[in-house]
Design a binder for this molecule. Sequence first.
Ligand SMILES: C[S@@+](CC[C@H](N)C(=O)[O-])C[C@H]1O[C@@H](n2cnc3c(N)ncnc32)[C@H](O)[C@@H]1O
Length: 192
Amino acid sequence: MIIGSMQCRLQSSLACCQFDSGRWHNVYKLKNNKTKMRQKILDPCCGGRMFWFDKHNPNVIFGDIRNERHILCDGRKLEVKPDKIMDFRNLEYPDKTFKLVVFDPPHLKGAGRNGWMAKKYGVLDKDTWRDDLRRGFSECWRVLKKDGILIFKWNEHSIKLKDIRDLFPADPLFGHTTNNKGNTHWICFMKL
Ligand SMILES: C[S@@+](CC[C@H](N)C(=O)[O-])C[C@H]1O[C@@H](n2cnc3c(N)ncnc32)[C@H](O)[C@@H]1O
């Protein structure tokens, strides 16, 4: 049984691969002994990957703090099965690793932990949510390369966007509001 992370060398001394949480991650060793991830995109809280066109896009590392399966109220299955268990407040990647990070953290405050919304989207901790989001932004920003893009998605069900603006890692470039109530926001940042 493979527990945790395992490394093996491939054909060249410069390439190796890493087995983690049921999936191989290609990692290239550079001449200066630093490593480079094959995946250029990080989704550190992927949930059921609902917004992805290709839910197994090989260019993406899909992370989440949980690994769970549920049957929702309408009978649909929800599977949260990240490539890697991770905590967006403390990412284990080096600085400047990814070209694109997609940050879609829980937005529900006060939802019962067993309700279907909570199962689908997770919940914010009622005491620590501000600090959790601040740390999430800061970590997503840290692992972005220079000129990298951060996409942030937020739904105002519990908390208005204006009330978390001070947690942003930089000034946003542009955004768009979606859904029929107009309360889901997609916001784009660039690490200039
Ligand atoms: C809004 S949902 C993501 C939905 C997803 N983008 C989709 O398309 O289905 C937020 C996710 O963040 C996860 N999450 C909550 N706290 C986290 C943390 N500290 N680190 C990583 N993931 C976390 C939850 O488990 C939940 O699956």
